[in-house]
Write a protein that binds this ligand. Structure first.
Ligand code: ASP
Ligand code: MG
Length: 405
C-alpha cells in the first residue's frame, strides 16, 4: 500500500465524461489498496473565462475579488469528482484549499504557501476515504481566499505530497510527459524518461507549459520526486528528480518557446546611477516578473533599457512605468510580436559550443536575435514570433534531439 498524491489538470476534468474517467482511474488505484489524495484543477478554460468576465465588468479588477471569483472553478470540479466517485461506490470527500489547511501569504492571485496543516485531511484518509482537494487555492491568516498563480494546482499537489510525506506524486495532464520540444510544433520531439529539477524548471518557466514553475521549485526544495503523465492512457511519463551525474552527458535536453512575452524598450532614460533601480522598483512594486534585462552603452547622457515581461502583465507594466519615466525621462515602447526561444540542459555546464550551434541554426532560418541571455544551463534568445516555430524545428534538429528519449 502506498500513499499517493495525484493531480488532474483542466483537460483531464474538462467535462462530465472526463470527470467520470478520472473517477474510474481513482477507483482502480483505491481498489489496489492505495491511500489517495487527489488534487484537481478547474475545467479547462474556466479560469480564463472567469478572468475575461471580470475584465468585462472592470478593466483592472481587484486582486482580492479575482481570487474570490477564480476559486469557484476548482470548487466545481472537486464536488463533481467526489460525486462521480460516490456514483461508482467509492468513499470520497472534497476539500477546498482552506479546508485542506493550505495557509498562504496575502499576495492575492500569486500567493505563496506558508504552511499546511494536513491533520483533518489525514484523519479522513486513514478512515479509507479518497480525498479530493481543490488545486490553486488557499487561505491567508485572516481567512481571505487566495490563489497560487496560474497553473497553481500543480503547486497544491507537490506541497501536499511533501506535507503528508506521500510515497508518490503523479501529475496527470493531457500530454504523455516532458518532451524535447512541443510535439505539436516539432514532430520529431521525443518524450524524456527523466529530467532534473533544474532542467524542468527552465523548461517550465520557458513556456513549455507542462507545469507551473513555482511547483517545480517547491519540489526541488523539498525533494519531492514526481512523475508527469497522461490521464488518457497508461503510458509511463517523465520522472522529475534531483540531478544525477549521468544526466550531464546530454548537452541540450530540450527546446522551449514562449510566445506569451512582450518586449519593453525604455529609451532615452538618464544615464546615471539610480535610473535602472527606479524603473525596476516600480515594476517590482506592481509584482511584475521581469526577465532578460539588457542595457546598452549610454551615449549623450542617455541609455536604453530593454527587457521582457509576461504578456498578461503588459498593461500593468504600462501603468506602472508612467510615473517613473516622468522622473528619469525616456519613453517606453512595447512589442508583443516576439517569442523567447531557449535551449536547456545540465550538460551545458561541462560542454562548450552550445551558443555557436544555436546561433547558426537560428541564422539559417532567418531569425534575427533581438536579445540574448544565458545561465549555467540555458541560452535564451528573443526573436520575431512568426519565426519561432520554424526556429524551434531547426534548433531541435541541430542538437539532434530526436535521438533522445
Ligand atoms: N485553474 C487554474 C488555472 O487555470 C489552476 C490550474 O489549472 O492549475 O490557472
Ligand atoms: Mg493547469
Amino acid at each position: 500500500m502506498a500513499r499517493i498524491v495525484q493531480k488532474y489538470g483542466g483537460t483531464s476534468v474538462g467535462d462530465v465524461d472526463r470527470i467520470k474517467n478520472v473517477a474510474g482511474r481513482i477507483k482502480a488505484m483505491r481498489d489496489a489498496g492505495h491511500e489517495l489524495v487527489v488534487v484537481v484543477s478547474a475545467r479547462a478554460g474556466v479560469t480564463n473565462e472567469l478572468i475575461a468576465r471580470a475584465k468585462q465588468v472592470c478593466p483592472l479588477p481587484s486582486d482580492r475579488e479575482l481570487d474570490q471569483l477564480l476559486a469557484i472553478g476548482e470548487q466545481e470540479t472537486i464536488a463533481l469528482t467526489a460525486m462521480a466517485l460516490h456514483g461508482i461506490g467509492v468513499e470520497a470527500v472534497s476539500y477546498t484549499g482552506a479546508q485542506a489547511g493550505i495557509f498562504t501569504d496575502k499576495a492575492h492571485t500569486k500567493a505563496k504557501i506558508k504552511t499546511i496543516n494536513p491533520k483533518p485531511l489525514l484523519e479522513d484518509l486513514k478512515s479509507g476515504k479518497v480525498i479530493i482537494v481543490a488545486g490553486f487555492q488557499g487561505i491567508d491568516d485572516e481567512g481571505q481566499i487566495t490563489t497560487l498563480g496560474r497553473g497553481g494546482s500543480d503547486l497544491t499537489a507537490i506541497a501536499l505530497a511533501a506535507a503528508i510525506q506521500a510515497d508518490k506524486c503523479e501529475i496527470y495532464t493531457d500530454v504523455d510527459g516532458v518532451y524535447t520540444a512541443d510535439p505539436r510544433v516539432v514532430k520529431e520531439a521525443q518524450k524524456l524518461s527523466e529530467i532534473s529539477y533544474d532542467e524542468m524548471l527552465e523548461l517550465a518557466s520557458l513556456g513549455s507549459k507542462v507545469m507551473q514553475t513555482r511547483s517545480v521549485e517547491f519540489a526541488a526544495k523539498y525533494n519531492v520526486v514526481f512523475e508527469v503523465r497522461s490521464s488518457f492512457n497508461t503510458n509511463p511519463g517523465t520522472i522529475v528528480k534531483q540531478e544525477v551525474a549521468y544526466m550531464e552527458k546530454v548537452v541540450v535536453r530540450g527546446v522551449a518557446v514562449d510566445k506569451d512575452q512582450a518586449k519593453v524598450v525604455v529609451s532615452n532614460v538618464l544615464d546615471k546611477p539610480g535610473t535602472a533601480a527606479r524603473v525596476f522598483r516600480v515594476l517590482a512594486e506592481a509584482n511584475i516578473n521581469v526577465d532578460m534585462i539588457v542595457q546598452n552603452v549610454g551615449r549623450g547622457g542617455v541609455a536604453n533599457l530593454t527587457f521582457t515581461v509576461p504578456l498578461s502583465e503588459k498593461d500593468k507594466a504600462v501603468k506602472a512605468l508612467g510615473p517613473a519615466l516622468q522622473e528619469v525621462g525616456g519613453e517606453a515602447a512595447f512589442d508583443e510580436k516576439i517569442a523567447k526561444l531557449s535551449v536547456v540542459g545540465v550538460g551545458m555546464k561541462t560542454h562548450s559550443g552550445v551558443a555557436a550551434t544555436l546561433f547558426e541554426a537560428l541564422a539559417k532560418t532567418g531569425a534575427n536575435l533581438e536579445l540574448i541571455s544565458t545561465s549555467e544551463i540555458k541560452i535564451s534568445v528573443v526573436i520575431a514570433k512568426d519565426k519561432a516555430d520554424a526556429a524551434a524545428r531547426a534548433v531541435h534538429a541541430a542538437f539532434q534531439l530526436e535521438k533522445l528519449g
